[in-house]
Design a protein around this ligand. Sequence first.
Ligand code: MLT
Length: 385
Amino acid sequence: MEKPQRLRSLPPYLFADLERRRRSLTAAGTEVLNLGIGDPDLPTPPHIVSAAASALRDSTTHRYPLGSGTPLLKRAIAEYHRRRHGIELDPDSEILVLIGSKEGIAHLPLVLVESGETVLVPDPGYPPYTSGSLLAGASVRKLPLTVGNSFCPDLEALEPSELAKAKLLFLNYPNNPTGALASRSFYEKVISWARAHRVWVAQDAAYSEVYFDREPEPFLRLPGAREVGVEFHSLSKTYQMTGWRVGWVCGNREIVERLAQLKDHCDSGVFGVLQEAARAALEGPQDCVEKMREVYRRRREVFLEGLRKLGWEVHASQATFYVWAKVPAARSSREGAEILLDRAQVLATPGVGFGLSGEGYLRFSLTNPEELLRAALERMGKLRW
Ligand code: MLT
């Protein structure tokens, strides 16, 4: 039987494809150094694990969690935003707990966009912006992020006919895959543009705590941001909790309410144990977050310096644990990734997997110990391009 069109419209999922490739090489006895997916190697801090362990022994967590998140966790999230960003959020109407931010991102177009309308998606960009939009029957207009525009989309480049159909804009700062940050003035322009053209804004802030010199500007702190949009947050990268699947969306009440309505029909909430772990993460000691930044700062220095010594052209990221580098000898990103994998057994993500503007680039993830990064550099140093 034929697959429905909405499923056929989806490209193979970038990281699922790479993981299949890695597994088959590993099964054949090849030691692959995996700098592909951004999946922290550091363990979840012990006080978070302990909170989960004791919540697991409390049988009240074994029942359906239902609803938009426990009041305790939503209060902890509101408090986190007050403390870190100086933002006041109403836990009841402006925060919704998600099964990881990816889940909310992929569902968002279903509640904001009619089929045939357009979603504006950064290119290169995290694949679920596009797949969620296609599943909702929307058209996707890619917005190139380039060195020339400092990896912030040029909204003025949209034609009036495109603007008329645009209903949702995805942003992602700190940016995956380029490591760029957005400025306050960029967000101010986005907010007045979104108001003028009646476009919702979804700012994916999953990497908000992974930065080096300058703290990312919180979109929601700017006047008017809450009228036009929301921010997606995740515990995955801040507290090394990718496998736990807890995140949240916050900001505009109408969007929060619509997503909550959809989720009532799709899932039964986040397991209570995980919500307690998330609360422990947000309310507990925060030195683990500074330590995490220190680890990536060091790895970034090692890797950037190593690539530069090998003659690679690299973009010095301001945040995230990714390095965005030009493939040598003007090779395409798929050729570059193939050469690295076949001849050096180093797995990197081809930039074009994030969209056509990623052509000619590779993304390296620093979620590996320093020795492994050095080993990858050594293998790469033996390649002739
Ligand atoms: C990535 O490698 O881009 C991310 O780790 C994937 C994700 O967050 O789902």
